[in-house]
Design a protein around this ligand. Structure first.
Ligand SMILES: Cc1ncc(COP(=O)(O)O)c(C=O)c1O
Length: 389
């Protein structure tokens, strides 16, 4: 809920901006830390979800590791105080420069996504006279039951190494003397709300660790990736279901003595902590449609346009918090941005109180994959950020 005090504060601010509720973030991090610590699990924050400096500083202060998907993320994690011994690095296309940067930083582990990449890391580590810790990212062909645009663990996806390639992986690992095999890594998709999916993942992880051990490799690390979803329809229901999520792994993962279990959560840690705050520039009443034209668009939050993602949209100026309990007149609006693209639409046919030029609009649950995907398309200004205490 965006409070009356905040709505009053926003009236004086230039829009659009991301509003970060740091207390929601704190409570979410607390809940995740408690739920994972109960089972001795290790959590790396997936930096790609949001690398706003204040956000990652707070996450770092909770002692989480970092999961990075570019050299610059590795650098940012270390610059922001994440322990290099808790940094993992995934991604299908790590460049030589990025690999060298991570080798120099002495990160915990590369999550390796192809046999060719294994060979390149081996060569680059050899040239530096060092050994690189690696985990094999396996594409487990497990359906995440999420939107197909954010599914990553099926055979048709570009991520990870397919199971049928594992015999070649074993040969490559034996030949690569500058690599230390740590374990196996998975990440099957994002915004997963059906915990059954994770049971299926556990089954596959158990099979895969047996495969490696049968082939003479000691598996010290099981990394189940991230993907836990949040409720975009209840933006005030802040905390993701960390308890039940970790409990699934506790119940179904076959963890052997001395093994570590790692996770890479992004969205579930940050999504509910931010809203995109915008103003109505124009109200356009057409024959077939009414349009609310906002001063924020796909350049500030691209998820609806890129993934057909749902975000709750609220008119703060007409809300009961702002002293307008009525909403007797509810009108259907297509809520759109100012960008010169027809796809620049947050949502069609949104039921909202009658809205006017200058009204403040909140696009909720925007803390994950929001600000980080902002762009300068149409030579737009960079979106701002505002923080609660
Ligand atoms: C390798 C990897 N790990 C973790 C994540 C975090 O996913 P999520 O934000 O859904 O938890 C991602 C994001 O897609 C990823 O690519």
């Amino acid at each position: 809920m965006i409070s009356k005090a905040n709505i009053n504060k926003f009236k004086d601010l230039e829009t659009p901006f991301y509003y970060y509720d740091m207390e929601v973030l704190r409570q979410t991090l607390d809940a995740c830390r408690d739920a994972s610590a109960k089972h001795g699990f290790h959590v790396h924050y997936a930096m790609k979800a949001n690398f706003n400096p204040k956000v990652i500083d707070m996450i770092q202060s909770f002692g989480f590791g970092a999961d990075c998907v570019s050299g610059n993320e590795v650098k940012a994690a270390i610059d922001h105080g994440f322990d290099k011994g808790k940094v993992v690095f995934a991604g299908v296309g790590k460049s030589d420069r990025e690999i060298n940067l991570a080798l120099d930083a002495g990160i915990f582990c590369f999550n390796v996504e192809s046999i060719q990449e294994l060979e390149v890391i081996n060569e680059l580590a050899g040239a530096k006279g060092t050994r690189a810790n690696v985990a094999i990212r396996i594409n487990p062909n497990v359906d995440a039951h999420t939107h197909h645009f954010i599914t990553t663990g099926l055979d048709e996806n570009k991520f990870g190494i397919n199971i049928w390639q594992l015999p070649d992986v074993a040969v490559a690992l034996r030949a690569c003397s500058n690599l230390q095999f740590l374990g196996i890594h998975f990440h099957i998709g994002s915004q997963i709300t059906d915990l059954e999916v994770y049971k299926n993942l556990c089954t596959r992880i158990n099979e895969m660790q047996d495969w490696f051990e049968d082939h003479g490799f000691q598996v010290k690390v099981l990394n189940a990736g991230g993907g836990l979803g949040v409720d975009y329809y209840s933006p005030d229901n802040d905390i993701a279901d960390f308890e039940n999520y970790f409990q699934v792994f506790k119940n179904f993962l076959n963890v052997k003595p001395g093994q570590e279990v790692h996770f890479e959560l992004g969205r579930a840690l940050v999504a509910q902590s931010a809203s995109l705050i915008s103003r109505v520039l124009y109200v356009k009443n057409g024959l077939k449609k009414n349009f609310l034209i906002l001063d924020a668009g796909m350049t500030e939050l691209i998820r609806p346009m890129l993934y057909q993602a749902y975000h709750q949209i609220e008119n703060l100026s007409r809300s009961s918090e702002a002293g307008n309990p009525d909403a007797a007149t509810s009108i259907k609006y297509d809520v759109v941005g100012p960008i010169c693209e027809s796809t620049d639409c947050f949502q069609k046919d949104v039921d909202m109180p009658e809205s006017f030029r200058g009204d403040l609009i909140a696009v909720r649950t925007a803390g994950a994959y929001g600000e980080v995907m902002a762009s300068g398309y149409n030579l737009r200004d960079r979106v701002g950020s505002v923080y609660s205490a």
